[in-house]
Design a protein around this ligand. Structure first.
Ligand code: ZN
Length: 453
């Protein structure tokens, strides 16, 4: 049993002072406010929930900074994808484990408590399954366990290269399964990871699965999460309309029982009607504002969606930059730049930082199927302690602290992080930061040589 004592903390009832949180077996056992610190309590600054990162491709952390050169033709998402495929064809299981561990350390240091890993790199370089079909999934699991980050694994179903059932491309061979091999993979992932992770399902996109395949994948979910990339690019919307006559989110809502198990990743290009229907479905919009900016995807129209009580969370996706505060800031700034207004994501009269943080905490927990996102009894003990002595929060009270963190500062404000009650970050640094960074560096040097990057 561990007990933390916070000068102040954000609990479900609002901000409170002198908050004692008892942790038992990875779960918050009790939360007391106005409580004196007792002998043996760990003294902490400002307590907030650690939020769930609802979308990550961990191996792409190895590409950060390598796709920022201008090419001969216009650069786009699709030219970025060419570089990503070169990496995807080069990484070994050891590389994946080393890169994922680095990404997960950075997530924890940023203030995330868990991740939904959208995992599609299944097979060996020839496209054949590994002798252990779940080899790569186990490496992801090992990286999460070493870093101490909560994991929801989403093995990805990928079978097609475009709408209408076009066959997968040769460079997609490490991702590809049919429904039978996919069902075996999901079963193996569940067996291999056991109680250490939640395992959901993930049809990659409407491009990568036929309607029959989509239905077959969703049927494997039971009550586990279902994540899908959707409407990230205008090119994808145009192709979907050419194929079906309707836009991707509309098509999905018409043809699948989209409910609270679902996370629609990106959903960037939704019209007002689709946005309202998505809000009504109870699904989470999985927004990845930094990656969407980096890739030139576009901006999700948040205001009408939030006015309709739409649920959202944030993901680091390509992991080009890993930050909680920065992701939420980019979400808000994208709106401001698009509609020339301020405080777009706030509730009327309320703090923007508080609305962004509360929304992302609840949506992240839902998308990860993890009882987290709040400092309350029964929740996973995913907790961040912010440094109350930082000049960034001097004179700031309650929600102003979140506004200062998101809009005024940096991740240096993150002091301690616990995931499932295990303290993994102290003084802003992960306990295994150096060892994991050294292994990551070796993997990157090898990959640089292998890919000519
Ligand atoms: Zn993605």
């Amino acid at each position: 049993m561990t007990t933390l004592h916070f000068e102040r903390a954000l609990i479900p009832e609002g901000w409170a002072t002198n908050v004692r949180i008892r942790i038992d077996g990875g779960t918050i056992a009790s939360v007391e406010r106005d409580a004196a610190r007792e002998a043996g309590d760990e003294r902490c600054g400002i307590g907030v929930p650690a939020i769930g990162n609802l979308h990550s491709h961990a191996f792409q952390r190895a590409m950060a900074g390598l796709t920022e050169k201008r090419g001969e033709a216009a650069d786009s998402f699709w030219t970025w994808r060419d570089t990503m495929y070169r990496f995807a064809l080069a990484v070994t299981p050891d590389d994946v484990e080393a890169i994922a561990a680095q990404a997960y350390v950075e997530m924890l240091e940023a203030g995330y408590g868990a991740v939904a890993e959208f995992h599609y790199l299944h097979h060996d370089v020839s496209g054949a399954p590994y002798a252990n079909r779940a080899e790569m999934a186990e490496r992801i699991g090992a990286a999460a366990a070493e870093a101490g980050l909560g994991l929801t694994l989403l093995p990805v179903f990928y079978a097609r290269s475009g709408f209408g059932g076009a066959p997968a491309l040769v460079e997609q061979r490490r991702f590809v399964n049919d429904l039978d091999s996919y069902a075996a993979l999901v079963a193996d992932c569940r067996r291999a990871l056991g109680s250490s992770a939640r395992v959901g399902v993930a049809p990659h996109s409407l491009r990568a699965a036929t309607p029959n395949e989509l239905a077959g994948v969703v049927a494997l979910a039971d009550d586990a999460p279902v994540h899908i990339h959707i409407a990230e690019q205008t090119g994808e919307v145009d192709a979907c309309v050419a194929w079906s006559g309707v836009r991707p989110v509309q098509w999905l809502l018409d043809h699948a029982e989209v409910d609270a198990r679902w996370c629609l990743v990106h959903a960037t290009h939704v019209d007002e009607r689709e946005g309202l229907a998505l809000a009504r479905s109870g699904a989470v919009a999985g927004l990845c504002p930094i990656t969407e900016a980096n890739l030139g995807d576009g901006v999700f129209p948040a205001r009408s969606f939030l006015d309709a009580a739409g649920r959202f969370g944030v993901g680091t996706d390509s992991n080009v930059e890993i930050t909680v505060a920065g992701e939420l800031r980019m979400l808000e700034y994208g709106q401001r730049l698009t509609i020339s207004a301020r405080n777009v994501c706030a509730r009327r009269g309320g703090s923007t930082g508080a609305a962004l943080f509360a929304g992302a905490a609840a949506g992240g927990a839902q998308a990860l199927a993890r009882p987290a996102g709040q400092l309350a009894p029964g929740a996973a003990a995913d907790i961040v302690s912010l440094n109350g002595d930082s000049p960034l929060v001097a004179g700031r009270a309650d929600d102003e602290i979140l506004d200062a963190w998101i809009f005024g500062g940096s991740r240096d404000l993150v002091d301690g992080v616990w995931s499932s009650g295990r303290r993994v970050v102290s003084g802003g640094r992960h306990a295994r930061r150096e060892a994991i960074a050294a292994r990551f560096g070796e993997a990157l040097r090898r990959l640089a040589a292998a890919t000519g990057a």
